[in-house]
Ligand binder design. Structure first.
Ligand code: GRF
Length: 200
């Protein structure tokens, strides 16, 4: 059983999908802890509903991002976390964090990377007029939304889509591919070579 630590800032629907997949036996791992920088994140409630340990981390009490990340790492280490899953976590990780969990941090982005990194990816897709967008699960490196790509799935953009309607359809697909990517990791099937992920 791989011990998974989830970092989330918001509603945590991806966290919900991951928990569900674990409960159905589709992931050979367990969520040991959910950490949030937002005291009121619904993600924390979700975790508690499933008897998962939670921690709130108050950024304001730390001198630097690294100090704060060190605290988070302490929580993760206590739970023997081997995979860190970012699920709507709105803070940038320090290089120290990324180095500590090198190739062991995953993120999901609501666009078909490398198109539309950063915030408001769905709005960027609508504004650019692409016919397809989608979502991407990738490992996290020092740059934003740029690490080795694990899984991607396309979503068609309709003529009458709004940012919200597109986001909603992409989210459904996120809930399919994030648990799948995590399972591949837990099964030891992800090999990273020269910045690319190969699935064994
Ligand atoms: C998702 O759209 C994800 O792609 C992005 O943040 C959002 C998190 O949603 N990284 P939720 O909190 O999992 O519902």
């Amino acid at each position: 059983m791989i011990s998974i630590g989830v970092l989330a800032s918001g509603r945590g629907t991806n966290l919900g999908a991951i928990i569900k997949a674990i409960e159905k036996g589709k992931i050979a791992g367990k969520v040991s802890i959910v950490i949030s920088d937002n005291r009121n994140a619904f993600a924390l409630k979700r975790a508690k509903q499933h008897n998962i340990e939670t921690q709130y981390i108050d950024f304001k009490v730390f001198k630097s991002r690294e100090d704060c990340d060190k605290k988070i790492i302490e929580y993760l280490k206590e739970k023997g976390v081997e995979l860190v899953v970012l699920a709507g976590y709105m803070r940038i990780l320090s290089p120290y964090f990324i180095e500590t969990y090198k190739n062991k941090i995953m993120n999901i982005h609501p666009a078909f990377l490398p198109s539309f990194p950063g915030l408001h990816a769905q709005r960027q897709a609508i504004e650019r007029g692409v016919k397809f967008s989608g979502c991407t699960v990738h490992f996290v490196d020092e740059e934003i939304d740029s690490g080795p790509i694990i899984l991607q799935k396309k979503v068609r953009v309709k003529d009458n889509d709004t940012e919200e309607s597109l986001a909603e359809r992409i989210l459904k697909v996120e809930h399919q591919i994030y648990p799948r990517a995590i399972q591949l990791f837990c099964r030891g099937r992800l090999i990273i070579k020269e910045g690319k992920v190969f699935i064994k």
